[in-house]
Ligand binder design. Structure first.
Ligand SMILES: CC(C)(COP(=O)(O)OP(=O)(O)OC[C@H]1O[C@@H](n2cnc3c(N)ncnc32)[C@H](O)[C@@H]1OP(=O)(O)O)[C@@H](O)C(=O)NCCC(=O)NCCS
Length: 180
């Protein structure tokens, strides 16, 4: 397998495969996935957009991840900013790279793909902080939670409800670069 960096056009070109991986990893229905198509396409022109993909030897997409600079006026940024303690807002959000999506096909999980994707996603970033949100789950059994903890992510918000989604989420953050 190999890991590659994608530009905006690459991600748009592979959108069907991206949605397929996303759906398998999250267990989302085809209908829900179609609503994500436009949402993902609208992200690729944002500042500091960075995307990575993992392909198997036959060129099939095994996983992907992307993020961008988190800025006021973006829906996720504004939700998180309003919920974070006032005295922590500048620290986390003034110079922040948001990890928007990170997914690996279930059959390819547990072999280091997610970790390599996360490392590669941060390699070109210039921001001094990173944030992501993930559904609340048992930290000891959830692959995503174990991965983020292994990478040194700390709690920024817990049991947070984004409008329109009744699942509780955690917002986790870390300093960048990874070596700090
Ligand atoms: C979260 C996710 C992206 C992680 O990807 P992954 O490829 O499974 O992650 P990794 O393989 O790097 O790490 C998972 C495990 O494999 C282990 N591992 C890493 N490299 C390994 C290797 N070479 N050999 C064996 N095991 C290895 C890790 O130690 C880790 O073990 P742990 O889960 O017991 O801590 C993936 O599981 C996923 O897509 N989950 C569903 C969607 C999701 O929750 N996405 C995040 C939403 S915010």
């Amino acid at each position: 397998m190999r890991l590659v960096h994608w530009c905006a056009a690459d991600l748009l070109h592979h959108m069907d495969d991206v949605l397929d991986v996303y759906g398998e990893a999250m267990g989302y229905s085809p209908d829900l996935l179609q609503t994500r198509r436009g949402y993902i396409a609208s992200h690729v022109n944002r500042a500091s957009f960075t995307a990575v993909a993992t392909l198997d030897d036959a060129g099939r997409l095994l996983g992907f991840g992307y993020g961008y600079r988190s800025r006021p006026g973006q829906w996720w940024h504004d939700q998180v900013r309003n919920a974070v303690r006032r005295d922590e807002r500048h620290h986390w959000l003034a110079d922040c790279f948001e990890v928007v999506e990170l997914h690996v096909r279930p059959a390819a999980q547990g072999r280091g793909v997610g970790g390599r994707q996360l490392t590669a996603l941060f390699a070109p970033t210039v921001e001094s902080r990173t944030l992501l949100s993930t559904p609340e789950a048992d930290e000891s059994t959830s692959r995503a939670w174990r991965l983020y903890r292994r990478f040194g992510f700390v709690d920024v918000l817990r049991h947070f409800r984004f409008p329109g989604d009744n699942r509780p989420f955690a917002v986790l953050g870390r300093q960048l670069p990874l070596s700090t």
